[in-house]
Design a protein around this ligand. Structure first.
Ligand SMILES: [Zn+2]
Length: 285
């Protein structure tokens, strides 16, 4: 019962943050949107409302696995004999590392990229982009989280704390809000900020494949995928070369997008991602 009311309070706090950021975007935007907001907002929020249950899947799978693992064995973290609060913090960091690895895989392997590209195909970036994920991505993420939770024996307290932290940081990271440059620079040394994450949504593939971190930026620095090159730029061109028109923002088109044909990237087989797209299109045509 206590857990349930905490969950409700958390959900209310996240929704309040969503509204606050949406308001702030009108007062202090980082850049003027390239497209109209109406079609994007409809598509992005519809994706969340249509498949809202599935977006909760990684959390539900993690909590269920935590309960099963707790009954089955002590778990690697427990075996370390850490002081309990420290164990919760290590659990949170382990979950964030798992999400970082999941995100790298979503960009690296062609079929996974097709699914994750739904998130990247938003031609603008704002707080609603956070909601724009294909349900198949939630299934893959849930599997990765469940494996990490089972092996490490991550507790339900760590899982709940991370879910709240991740939701708050991700909403803020996608918001079209210009933080004072100095504040953004200080914050990004620890957590993902709007000025840091925006580069990950650049239309330039080389820039898209940077700044993968979800909550803590340490993973990007550790695995050399961090870039600060957005800091001095007045404007970034967001999205992909494909799916830029307003029809592509419709909920049905977003759901079908992983299977839709797209342009063959220049260079064809330059990367596994582009090569698979090329092969796919060759088969279709
Ligand atoms: Zn991504």
């Amino acid at each position: 019962m206590e857990g349930q009311s905490l969950g409700t309070s958390g959900a209310v706090a996240v929704f309040a943050l969503f509204l606050a950021l949406a308001g702030l975007e009108t007062v202090r935007p980082a850049q003027t949107p390239a497209k109209g907001w109406a079609s994007r907002w409809l598509g992005n929020t519809a994706m969340y409302l249509l498949t809202g249950g599935l977006f909760m899947l990684p959390l539900l799978a993690s909590l269920t696995t935590a309960a099963i693992a707790a009954a089955a064995w002590r778990g690697a973290l427990d075996a370390l004999g850490l002081f309990r609060p420290l164990q919760v913090i290590v659990g949170v960091l382990a979950l964030d590392a798992t999400v970082y690895a999941t995100h790298r895989a979503l960009h690296r392997f062609a079929p996974l990229w097709r699914v994750h590209a739904v998130h990247h195909s938003d031609p603008d970036l704002d707080v609603t982009t956070t909601l724009r994920h294909h349900p198949a991505e939630a299934v893959f993420s849930a599997g990765m989280m469940a494996i990490a939770v089972f092996i490490l024996g991550i507790s339900s307290v760590s899982i709940a704390a991370y879910a709240l932290l991740e939701a708050a940081v991700q909403l803020a990271a996608h918001a079209n809000v210009a933080l004072p440059r100095r504040l953004d620079a200080i914050l990004r040394s620890v957590i993902v900020t709007p000025g840091y994450h925006c580069l990950h949504h650049s239309r330039d593939v080389a820039e898209t494949d940077t700044n993968y971190s979800q909550v803590f930026t340490i993973w990007d620095r550790l695995f050399r995928t961090a870039s600060d090159s957005a800091a001095e730029r007045p404007r970034i061109d967001f999205g992909l070369d494909d799916f830029r028109d307003s029809r592509s923002q419709r909920p049905d088109r977003l759901l079908a997008q992983p299977l839709l044909p797209r342009q063959i990237a220049v260079g064809g087989l330059a990367s596994p991602r582009q090569g698979w797209q090329g092969q796919f299109n060759t088969e279709l045509h």
